[in-house]
Design a protein around this ligand. Structure first.
Ligand SMILES: C=CC1=C(C)c2cc3[nH]c(cc4nc(cc5[nH]c(cc1n2)c(C)c5CCC(=O)O)C(CCC(=O)O)=C4C)c(C)c3C=C
Ligand SMILES: [Fe+2]
Ligand SMILES: [Fe+2]
Length: 330
């Protein structure tokens, strides 16, 4: 928190998913145990899921995922945490300059550290009168955004004084966000040349969530369409796909890997992938899209494949989020 000498009125809690503390099987197991036990994330009945999680998943997945984490780990640690911290510092500086110290920003991770209880306590200790929660997910989904709400609510239950509360459910068509992602793509193309085809890849979700009313699928489509329009792309130049399927059930379609396998047969051998649902780069963008899926595309006959970086801690991203915060606090 920047010290401006003035008591802040509003505290803004930025929340991202969270990440293991180390790229080791033991650390990934601790992380997955907390993450995958969240009833918003896996909606199976608890006794059945307890047996599957503890009897199978937590034995098999941690070492495989730890290997993937090792391929993207940096000297600052996990990209998701390092980039979220840098983004939060940039948003904090921007918002403090714009609000004259009336608004302070804290970062929290839904799973792992710094946790939501700890970061909320920091905001409470400076005497905030209002709390704005901004989950770093542009598109609303129950497992991501909904779960942030659950944990914030469970912490607030223990507070004597409840401040005024606002919660940003999504910002999937917020004009500055759309423009910033489009500019990211345009700048990438200016520097490295334009690919023949653009894939918009979003994290997947069980298909059942959509039929139960989760707006995520529609919001991903709306974001991609607006970004494509901003870039004046024609319908044949781009496609939306969903990545990171977990388990064997039916998830939102089309699956990213399946489209990458068929694109070369359709004559598309040169593809760029952008992931507008991820505020910062992480395992799912850097390893799954950036490394594993490139191999899938090349094996199918693809020739050129590139991942366009997320907005990350860029000044443009800090500007988007600071503008969004100001709008909600007017
Ligand atoms: C049932 C499982 C999962 C659901 C539902 C799910 C939804 C979901 N996830 C994100 C964002 C991220 N997920 C990340 C990693 C990740 N996701 C799952 C499973 C589900 N996600 C797992 C098991 C993992 C861990 C890695 C692995 O073992 O494969 C990440 C990256 C974390 C990192 O450390 O870098 C993000 C970000 C969203 C937005 C979402 C719903 C739309
Ligand atoms: Fe996930
Ligand atoms: Fe993944």
């Amino acid at each position: 928190m920047a010290d401006t000498g003035k008591a802040p009125r509003w505290g803004v809690l930025l929340v991202n998913l969270g990440t293991p503390e180390a790229p080791s099987a033991a650390a990934v197991r601790r992380y997955l145990r907390e993450f995958l036990w969240d009833p918003r994330v896996v909606e199976l009945p608890r006794p059945l899921w307890w047996i599957i999680l503890n009897g199978l998943i937590l034995w098999v997945r941690p070492s495989k995922s730890a290997r993937a984490y090792r391929s993207i780990w940096t000297d600052k640690g996990s990209p998701l945490l390092a980039l979220s911290m840098a983004l939060s510092r940039a948003v904090g500086a921007e918002i403090s300059a714009r609000s004259g110290g009336e608004i302070v920003v804290e970062l929290a991770m839904r799973y792992g550290k710094p946790g939501i209880p700890q970061s909320l306590e920091k905001l409470r200790s400076v005497g905030i009168e209002g709390l704005l929660v901004l989950p770093l997910y542009p598109q609303y989904s129950s497992p991501s955004t909904g779960s942030v709400f659950d944990q914030v609510a469970s912490v607030l239950k223990t507070w004597r004084y409840i401040p005024e509360i606002r919660f940003i459910s999504d910002y999937h068509v917020y004009p500055a966000y759309i423009r910033a992602v489009a500019r990211r793509i345009r700048d990438f193309w200016k520097e490295k040349g334009k690919a023949g085809f653009l894939l918009f890849s979003f994290h997947g979700l069980p298909e059942r969530s959509r039929s139960l009313g989760d707006p995520y699928y529609q919001q991903c489509h709306a974001s991609a369409k607006r970004i494509a329009d901003e870039l004046a792309l024609s319908e044949n130049d781009w496609q939306l796909v969903f990545q990171s399927r977990f388990g064997r059930g039916r998830w939102l379609q089309p699956y990213c890997v399946e489209i990458l396998r068929t694109l070369p047969q359709r004559g598309v051998k040169d593809v760029d992938v952008v992931c507008p649902g991820f505020a910062v780069d992480c395992l799912e963008t850097l390893e799954e899209i950036g490394i594993a899926n490139e191999a899938v595309f090349r094996k199918a006959g693809g020739e050129r494949y590139r991942l366009i970086p997320s907005l990350n801690d860029s000044p443009e991203h800090a500007d988007v989020l600071a503008g969004l915060i100001k709008e909600y606090l007017q």
